[in-house]
Design a protein around this ligand. Structure first.
Ligand code: HEM
Length: 402
């Protein structure tokens, strides 16, 4: 599967992380890559990859050298599709400015005010499912809250909701490596790129006058009125509220539900001691990290785990692999609610660390609390794992709540 020929200073490996099988179960491949060395050249991708915990952590924190401003995907169309850089793909002062706008409503204090509203939504949903025959948990439980939350908090209309899911999924999927010649693009990738055009048209056409007063999007255009943001920065921020907030939280919840069903002793421990709830959430994001990997571009020479990467290198930084590194976590394949992996990298680290983390945690916490309030046992049948190139998680989960 892999060979040990050296590429510069580091080993070469021919694993393809983007085949459907590897996307459904990437963990054995992650382990091979970690075991080969701190940096491994992935010959199919044509790029070095960093997979060990400490090296991924250091790479994400070295954001002035390993920059995001040249894009974070694995193909040049995705990396250069918008002339104006958004928060995820900017550096330095511009990044700080855009991040500041998003961080305010997404801070723990501001979100606490929304807790009661979100709690009532998820509580009613869980109660309606207890005791039912087998139901599909992703559509019924995992998707329910983020979609409602995005339309209510961001203030976009209900009509755009279904489209948003498609856009969010296309956005992450489009980061995958593309075939060299455009005519070789598969139908699926063409469809993703079309959806992204649709998405850009939608956000360019949002009429500030039609936005729900007091909503996050209305606040963005108030900032335009006050001269703190340009119109296109506000539209970019609006995209940043929507695109990275849907599939990520949906997969994180689906993965949490499956972990609770698959590790019944951990569910029992939670029922005995509810103070473990916040830990269980972080542990599930560690165990089943949703964001697989992004790329970074070396604006200067960089040393990863002692391996030299020259200026101009694009490198894969593997969040999902880092979280399963046995050098950092004992028996990383186990979901263990006593582990408390505070440093886990499922939300990243450094300047680009997820700005929506508190919302994601709140949504997961409310789901878990509602389950603890109303459910004794959680059962799940075999899940269907998704093959989105950017995100790891479960697409369908037949389950029962007793
Ligand atoms: C469990 C759910 C989530 C996961 C696993 C997740 C994961 C991540 C990760 C790994 C990054 C770092 C990217 C990098 O280093 O390049 C990130 C950044 C980001 N996330 Fe999340 N995210 C989640 C939920 C959300 C939500 C709910 C929102 C918005 C409401 C959001 C908005 C963002 C934004 C705007 C960034 C870019 C931040 C920056 O570049 O400064 N995310 N997320």
């Amino acid at each position: 599967m892999s060979d040990q020929k050296s590429h510069g200073d580091y080993p070469v490996c021919d694993i393809d992380l983007f085949t459907p099988d590897a996307l459904r179960n990437p963990f054995p491949h992650y382990q091979t890559i970690r075991d080969l060395g701190p940096v491994v050249h992935l010959s199919r991708l044509g790029m070095p990859a960093i997979g060990r915990f400490l090296d991924v952590q250091a790479a994400l924190r070295a954001a002035d050298i390993l920059i995001s401003g040249e894009g974070i995907g694995f193909n040049e169309i995705a990396n250069h599709q918008t002339p104006e850089r958004g928060v995820l793909t900017s550096d330095g002062e511009r990044h700080q400015k855009l991040r500041g706008v998003l961080a305010r409503p997404l801070g723990p204090g501001a979100l606490e005010e929304r807790r009661a509203l979100l709690k009532s939504l998820i509580d009613a949903q869980v109660k309606s499912l207890v005791g039912r025959e087998t139901f599909e948990g992703v559509a019924s439980l995992a998707q329910h809250l983020p979609l409602k939350a995005v339309t209510l908090l961001v203030g976009l209309d209900e009509k755009s909701r279904a489209k948003m899911l498609n856009w969010a999924s296309a956005f992450f999927n489009s980061l995958r490596p593309l075939p060299e010649k455009a005519e070789d693009l598969t139908l699926e990738l063409r469809a993703d790129l079309e959806l992204l055009k649709d998405l850009r048209a939608f956000f360019s056409s949002v009429d500030p006058a039609g936005l729900a007063p007091g909503s996050w999007s209305a606040e963005l255009f108030d900032a335009v009125g006050a001269g703190r943001l340009t119109d296109s920065e506000a539209r970019g921020a609006l995209r940043a509220f929507v695109l990275p907030s849907l599939d990520t939280t949906i997969y994180a919840k689906a993965n949490l539900l499956f972990n609770l069903a698959r590790f019944p002793d951990e569910w029992r421990r939670l029922r005995e001691d509810r103070s473990l709830t916040p830990i269980a959430i972080v542990e599930s994001v560690r165990h089943s990290a949703v964001v697989r990997a992004f790329s970074r571009y070396a604006a200067e020479d960089y040393s990863a785990g002692g391996v030299f990467l020259p200026k101009g290198t694009r490198v894969m930084v593997m969040f999902g692999s880092a979280n399963r590194d046995e050098r950092r976590y004992e028996k990383p394949e186990l979901f263990d609610v006593s582990r408390n992996p505070r440093d886990q990298l499922g939300w990243g680290t450094g300047p680009h660390m997820c700005v929506g983390m508190h919302l994601a945690k709140l949504e997961m916490e409310l789901l878990l609390e509602a389950l603890l309030d109303h459910v004794e046992t959680i059962e799940a049948d075999e899940p269907t794992f998704g093959i989105n190139a950017g995100l790891y998680g479960i697409d369908r989960l037949p389950m029962r709540l007793h």
